[in-house]
Write a protein that binds this ligand. Sequence first.
Ligand code: AN7
Length: 410
Amino acid sequence: MYGGFRGNIVELYSMYKIVKPNVILKCVKCGQIYTPKPRLFLCPKCGSLIDVIINVEEFRWNKARERRFGVWRYRELLPIRDEVEPVTLGEGGTPLIKLRNVYERGIVDSRNVYVKFEGANPTGSFKDRGMTVGVTIAKYLGVEGVVVASTGNTAASTAAYAARAGLRCLVVLPQGGVARGKLAQALLHGAEIKEVEGSFDSALEEVLDKVLNEELSGYYPLNSFNPWRLEGQKTISYEIVDELGTTPDFVIVPVGNAGNISAIWKGFKELYELGLINDLPRLVGVQAEGAAPIATAWFRGLTEPLFIDKPTTIASAIRIGRPINWFKAMRAVKESNGFFVTVSDEDILNAMKILAKYEGIGVEPASATTLAALIKCVNEGKISRDDLVILVATGHALKDPDTVFRAIPA
Ligand code: AN7
């Protein structure tokens, strides 16, 4: 008992050295409030995930814009104390590219579409936004290393930021399920790689079990059940508004473990609650047909996902059957008056080729789901041709060269 009590005081102290005093944690389901603790990931009362809540005093675009375009431009809206120097590689500040040619050529009947090109991040995916915050916390907590389960991009990003911070990195991957560019990055940045049988879901289960049983006590977990990491990812929304000066009608996001769509919604909602935007966008979550536990449940009007054991899709990044953030994501999409869509592997490959050939934008298959979804939604009349639409293109084409060679034999 005494040890546990002492541990809590030390944890509380160590956390408030890193996060601002106006930050609390809140259970997403039962609403219970907690003081920030580095390893509070599941609500002790009801077992659900946790959100970070920041009581922002003031945010002014003008002041923020004196800083470089990127994650740390929005420091007032992030939980990290001003005096903490972040572990950064210059993440965020990615291009917002307006599509031109696909409309003119009659390929996509929508003329107000922008791609938020997250492939331009330091390791080539949006994960870097989360890792700059997550690894900063890990570094100042003084842990030995960081650990993640991953379909690839999280591994690549964590490995790079851990290297930058001088921390060890352990990545747990589904054997044979990770695209080669991502595996190469994890190796190059010096991660220790452990492969498990089955899908990403088995890898995540292993990490979560070990973390909850304190078997990996020297290692700080940075999967998206870690709410601090998602604080970095919410800056995608800040940047979209910062650059457009308005709220888009639709934001289309690929959904795997469902952390990113949850973070994006949190970002927009915070701007709305601070009076910085007057409207909220509608969110469209996209899953691949063979890996659609949330979308299939949504179609049937269910409020809980239909988990699947063997997810299949060419888009290995989102080959996930038991998304841990399902509750946050379903709530976000519902609150936004949005919806979920599924797309076939054929549509994904086709969309990937269209973006690359007609617009010069090279994305990996998971990201191409967004254009495939837009085409489907425009055809079905769910999105109209003048709507302002953002496609969140989460990862770079170089991540998965093998799929390109299979789709376009050289
Ligand atoms: C390119 O790297 O889950 O819905 O372990 O790499 O927040 O999971 C990757 C996910 C979309 C889905 N696009 O985001 C991992 C991992 C790309 C991705 C997603 C991922 P979430």
